[in-house]
Design a protein around this ligand. Sequence first.
Ligand code: PMP
Length: 340
Amino acid sequence: MDPKSLLRPNIRDLAPYSTARDEYQGELGVYLDANENPYDNGYNRYPDPRQTELKQLLSRIKGVPAANIFIGNGSDEPIDLAYRLFCEPGVHNAVSIAPTYGMYKVAAAINNVAFREVQLGPDFALDPDAILAAADADSRLLFLCSPNNPTGNLLAAAGIERLVREFPGIVVLDEAYIDFAGAPSFTARLTEFPNLIVLQTLSKAWGMAGLRLGLAFAGEEIVETLSRVKYPYNINVVTQKLVAEQLAQPVDAEVEEIVSQRGMVIRDLQKLPVVRHVYPSDANFVLARFDDPRAVYDRLVAGGVIVRDRSRIKGCEGCLRITIGTPDENMAMLEILSTL
Ligand code: PMP
């Protein structure tokens, strides 16, 4: 499949804005080209619109060539851009698993794109037949999330692979939580699948949610088109600088601790009378089911512990999503639940 043939014609033919920094990229000049304030305060110059240094760093860490990396203002940016690249508003549709991360649906609504949700099977397993049955010739995007939010489970790799091969459009595979899972990323297989976009983020394992940096890995043509459509200076100077510094600090020990705490939290939750069921998790949160989730939520809040109430989402009835915190934070949560 040639992903270029799926681009909206206006995007395929777009003449992008050319920034001052696109036209001249040398160092040590007298910069009178961008109408900036010339007095140096650390922020007076525009950022690199191509994020060249950051992409080289990320390329080494992720083992993906820089030409296959798009950097966005959080992963929410490439989610929205995927609609703008591939879906003609009011004409094309997107398919997604359910329950899953809410932004795929919101971005579809913002872009006036019909959104078809296919419920996951028992134990939140991927159902490739149902997904393919929901797709038609106007289906341009399929959103998968593995490990999935809010269910916490990895989707079966064989099912993902089949969908990438058989879905008639672009498959966006969101791996926001992949660092907590004992499974390889699909980024290693980009050359096999020209219609695959893999999303990752620095907001979870890497501890940089406040800096807003999301990654889309894809074939060069998709990455190049995402770059033409994005706001020219989408990643600010401070984020580019602090992310580069922070990437030098390994997070393996923190991730290991979170994964070990996850096991402890699941075991302890399972022992509590108020807990009906705890779902297995490959992410940094667990989904637990209660008879009266709202009452449990309120008791947690009264004790100063905030979790996410997912109990009104189809497929998650009765469930609260609990992020794995520090050992002390997890203990505080478990202590409140043990009194119920
Ligand atoms: N994808 C998933 C599955 C998520 O759960 C989240 C955040 N909750 C995001 C993407 C958004 O990440 P970012 O902070 O990079 O926008």
